[in-house]
Design a protein around this ligand. Structure first.
Ligand SMILES: [Fe+2]
Ligand SMILES: [Fe+2]
Length: 188
């Protein structure tokens, strides 16, 4: 064995060992449990979006942006129902668990409203905040689809794949609105 295969402990990797987090008493030990926890997290997040999107739409000036947000609100309401179907298929009750990431993204969206004057600049800010949200959802549903397939939950995977496609579509629509209208006006 070469010396490099068996490195002597350094201050850095000793620190890594000392940083191992002790799991809480209800921590998931099976992938299925972690999957259910993650579904509860995104269920909370989608419900929070249903409450937050009307405010974003009200603060947008561009009619194209307003209608894109309102359209995604209807899609999001359906995603909530789709998640309820997922819980049903898994024999679990549909309940949410606070998603700290979405709570943070929505808080950032609120500060962007405070930091921008209504009009094209605020619209650009709303798109920026919305795209961060869509990217978070794309990452989340991508992972959830992979978990569902690994667990052999093919019907659940199909439902989650539909939502993943809708989140990608919403992101593309926002990019189009930004490129075709809002950003150009905001830069004037
Ligand atoms: Fe969503
Ligand atoms: Fe979304």
């Amino acid at each position: 064995m070469k010396n490099s295969d068996n490195p002597t402990p350094t201050a850095t990797n000793k620190g890594v060992k000392n940083n191992i987090v002790q799991p809480s008493p209800d921590a998931a030990s099976e992938l299925k449990d972690f999957f259910i926890d993650s579904l509860k997290d995104i269920y909370w997040a989608e419900n929070a979006l249903v409450s937050a999107l009307p405010k974003m739409a009200s603060n947008a000036t561009s009619p194209t942006l307003t209608s894109a947000i309102l359209e995604h609100l209807a899609v999001t309401e359906n995603q909530v129902k789709r998640l309820e179907k997922v819980f049903e298929l898994l024999g679990e009750s549909a309940e949410g668990k606070k998603c700290e990431a979405m709570a943070g993204l929505l808080k950032e969206g609120d500060s962007i409203l405070l930091e921008t004057v209504p009009g094209a600049v605020r619209d650009a800010g709303i798109i920026a905040a919305s795209q961060k949200i869509e990217h978070y959802e794309i990452a989340t549903y991508g992972t959830l689809c992979a978990f569902a397939k690994t667990l052999g939950e093919n019907d659940v995977a199909k439902l989650l794949t539909q939502t993943l496609a809708e989140e990608k579509e919403a992101d593309c629509v926002l990019s189009d609105v930004a490129l075709n209208t809002v950003n150009m006006v905001a830069a004037e």
